[in-house]
Design a protein around this ligand. Structure first.
Ligand SMILES: [Zn+2]
Length: 356
């Protein structure tokens, strides 16, 4: 089955303002890097272009009022009400392509979901997606339209059990909120703790409500968490829950802002961690719908996403890997002390719900 890289050069005509840290040149640079190494072609690998999501598709999650405000706002027509929708802030400035960029990014993630449902594609990667902070009627954290919610909804509507895994350094709050009372989409977010980072949510006790109780998983991590501690958290809490849930398909938000040297956050991962997590998911033999996300050290993000695509294709490119990052013993001890409490709390709260 096919592995697809979803991209369109139309994105390049809809950039975010230069003052915004969310740099929209990253997906195009990933495409260029992969192409220069011959990694966008080859057995079963194809590049496909998306169309913008339709208004009806976007309304599956977003409110009509909010979508109209986005559309009118990008044409310069807006009332003060838009400030209540998170628009016109430092994080979510009003700009000419804000609806069109979001709609095209959402169209790309939905296209990946449709290809998976049709049985044509095993792996779909949309580096322009992963806008996980957008809410139904509010923009937040550089995100206007939540492509991951729409991708997961498309998969769930086709009867698939979806495991959403978010490894962005920030809590995947918009996606959690969309599925908080549902058991057909399990959301898992591993992120720097809301005690020290935006958006200030994603604590272990946020486990879902009603039918969704136990299907919202959060692992807040202390600053300076490195590859080894992160992988221990994934293996001891997340993997058993994935096995118990037995998903039909994975959705993955691969924000690269958990890498060391990211200017907006304080985790200390290398890109090897992303390749290792992807390798764990591949052992389930299920399709993966992956997107980009955050990542504010541009060079590291571009290399991490390029490595992630090759890992998704089953052959992580050696020359894209970071050097291992030494972690001092005192740092390891400090991280482990906090992490152990979190992991115990997560196991005690979540495992009994899933018969573990
Ligand atoms: Zn982020």
């Amino acid at each position: 089955m096919q592995k697809v890289f979803i991209y369109s050069d139309k994105f390049e005509s809809l950039p975010y303002p230069a003052s915004c840290p969310f740099n929209t040149s990253r997906p195009g640079l990933v495409r260029k890097l992969l192409d220069s190494k011959g990694l966008l072609t080859g057995a079963g690998i194809a590049e496909i272009a998306p169309e913008p999501a339709t208004r009806a598709q976007l309304e599956q999650f977003h409110t009509k009022e909010y979508l109209s405000a986005l559309q009118e706002g990008q044409d310069g027509k807006y009332s003060p009400d838009i400030f209540y929708m998170g628009l016109g802030t430092g994080d979510c400035p009003i700009f000419a392509g804000m609806y069109d960029y979001g709609a095209l990014a959402a169209g790309a993630t939905i296209l990946g979901a449709q290809k998976i449902i049709a049985g044509e594609t095993q792996i779909a990667f949309n580096p322009t997606g992963g806008l996980h902070h957008a809410h139904a009627s509010r923009a937040s954290g550089f995100c206007y339209i939540n492509d991951q919610v729409l991708g997961c909804m498309t998969l769930a509507k086709a009867g698939k059990k979806v495991l959403y895994l978010d490894v962005d350094v920030h809590h995947g709050d918009g996606v959690q909120e969309a599925f908080y009372d549902r058991s057909d989409v399990m959301t898992v977010s591993m992120h720097q703790s809301g005690d020290t980072l935006f958006p200030g949510t994603g604590f272990v006790g946020e486990i879902g409500i009603g039918d969704g109780k136990g299907f919202s998983i959060n692992l807040p991590l202390p600053p300076e968490t490195g590859d080894q501690a992160y992988m221990r958290a994934f293996r001891t809490v997340v993997l058993p829950l994935i096995e118990a849930f037995a998903p039909d398909v994975f959705a993955m938000e691969i924000g690269a802002d958990a890498l060391e040297d990211d200017p907006l956050a304080s985790l200390m991962l290398t890109n090897n961690l992303y390749a290792d997590i992807i390798a764990e998911l591949l052992t389930f033999g299920k399709p993966i719908l992956a997107t980009g996300g955050g990542g504010y050290n541009i060079e590291n993000t571009v290399r991490a996403w390029s490595l992630a695509f090759t890992a998704l294709c089953g052959a992580p490119a050696k020359d894209l890997r970071d050097e291992p990052l030494p972690i001092s013993q005192s740092q390891q001890i400090a991280v482990d002390q906090i992490l152990n409490i979190t992991l115990n709390q997560a196991r005690e709260t979540l495992f009994p719900i899933h018969g573990l």
